[in-house]
Design a protein around this ligand. Structure first.
Ligand SMILES: [Zn+2]
Length: 344
């Protein structure tokens, strides 16, 4: 068996080598280079920061919460048409998606003058990621729409986190690995949404650890390469008793430890900059990406509020190694180790 695997691996390597060696076969190499350029961290000096782009890395960032992408539109359903409209509205207002991991790690590489945001989808619905009969990704699924947008705009990278609960995992069992692998290969992420989607209030310590640790182990088996599930979206945004909060972050189930770097609530407002002293990666607020029953705090309300209150909005300086904030906003900002603070 091992031998077979080794042969398959070798064949795969040979195939890859052939492809990149054959320039007529298309732009495999160029694509790879441009993809790398896109995600490469830019390290520049303070003097090179373009202050005309009005960077504000003290500002807030929207973590958008979606569920279904389907029809008809409803409280927890966004139509494909409306999801496209959301991406376009954000893009037109200077927003670009970043990964949840980069957000919590303060690794913000959005170009100067752009505002990062984070896309999240709960419940692992089939309408988030499915295939047409010919095997192509359904262009009206969440993943189809994100990839279509990335194709259309050079500076838009496909970044999103899919929080999966139970055994669903976007529908048919036999497609799971292909789908999970595709997400990771394209810069997207899979997160934990527990086994049974319980109200966490009803659970004791072992219940909390089973729901989180059990689902983590289950999901991780579905990738062809090692993958660490380390982000958690709380079902209904519910938390257990305060004395058990630590089990949301770290715990153990069936001999396997887990550690979450991000815990997401539901919510109604953007979250602080990862450089702000109020930033708590273990209690991240989300903005509902909807126009139904959002009580004036939905995605379009916040696009408008942040447009009218630039001090509240995170605007990138385009440098990975510098945290740039306008004068007067520096008080609650701390540049993490390895980064410099620039106040202007
Ligand atoms: Zn859910």
């Amino acid at each position: 068996m091992k031998k077979l695997f080794a042969i398959a691996l070798l064949l795969g390597m040979l195939l890859t080598a052939c492809q990149s060696g054959n320039e007529e076969q298309g732009s495999t190499k160029e694509e790879a280079a441009s993809q790398q350029q896109k995600t490469e961290k830019k390290e520049i000096t303070k003097e090179e920061i373009d202050l005309n782009t009005k960077p504000n890395e003290a500002g807030q960032i929207m973590i958008l919460m979606y569920h279904n992408i389907s029809t008809p539109e409803a409280e927890w359903v966004r139509t494909p048409e409306n999801f496209r409209k959301d991406l376009q509205a954000l893009y037109d207002q200077g927003y670009l998606p970043i990964s949840l991991t980069d957000y919590v790690n303060g690794n913000i590489t959005a170009p100067a003058g752009k505002s990062p945001y984070v896309l999240t989808f709960d419940d692992g619905r089939e309408n988030n990621f499915n295939y047409l009969e010919d095997g192509s990704i359904n262009p009206d699924s969440a993943v189809g729409i994100i990839m279509e947008f990335a194709e259309k705009y050079d500076d838009f990278e496909p970044r999103a986190t899919f929080f999966v609960n139970g055994t669903g995992r976007f529908g048919p069992k036999e497609e799971v690995q292909k789908k999970f692998d595709f997400l990771v290969e394209n810069g997207m992420e899979v997160g934990n949404h527990t086994i049974n989607h319980p109200n966490m209030k009803t659970l004791d310590a072992s219940g909390v650890q089973k729901e989180i640790g059990g689902q983590k182990a289950y999901l991780e088996e579905s990738f062809s390469k090692p993958y660490n599930i380390n982000t958690l979206a709380l079902p209904f945004g519910s938390r257990p008793d305060k004395s058990l909060y630590n089990y949301l972050e770290t715990g153990s189930y069936e001999g396997k430890d887990y550690k979450n770097i991000a815990i997401l609530n539901v919510g109604w407002d953007p979250n602080p900059s990862p450089y702000h002293t109020d930033f708590d990666p273990l209690a991240i607020h989300r903005v509902r990406a909807s126009e139904t029953n959002v009580d004036d705090v939905g995605i379009y309300d916040w696009i408008e509020i942040l447009k009218n209150h630039p001090k509240r909005r995170f605007v990138s300086d385009g440098a990975a190694n510098i945290v740039t904030v306008p004068q007067g906003l520096e008080e609650n900002v701390k540049a993490p180790e390895g980064k410099e603070l620039l106040v202007y």
